[in-house]
Write a protein of this length. Sequence first.
Length: 154
Amino acid sequence: MNVKKLLWPTDFSNNAAHALPYVTSLMEKYDTEVHVIYVMQEIAEHGPWYGEFNRKHLEEVKEWEHKKAEEHLEKICKNHLEGCPLYIKHISSGDPAEEILKVAHKEKVDMIVMATRGQRGRFGFGSVADRVVKNTDIPVVTIPVPVEEEEETA
């Protein structure tokens, strides 16, 4: 097996972080390029919560989230992927599974490494992980999140 590029999707949750030791292990073993992706939730698709949001406000929220995502990705890459020959950060907006697969195919990654569920996971295998696995021919390594460590959801 030759892994030159791998993709790690994260939603910055503790659940998603369970995949990080596997990413770093593969990175060290294969001297691989690591792509890290965060997909922002598309808030414009949701109905109004407390009245209508104007377009300017939505853009400000998206800019703020994008800035925070850049900060989180930089921190992850600095603290955990320091030995990586190359790491590339991706931030996109939309359906998480679709965006993960778009980046995976665009960057021609050899493997996707992801937790079985992220911050909103209530079941043993999250819907994003399920859709990624079922809709790609790229090998996907799914890392289970121990039930006792699962994040609480509101």
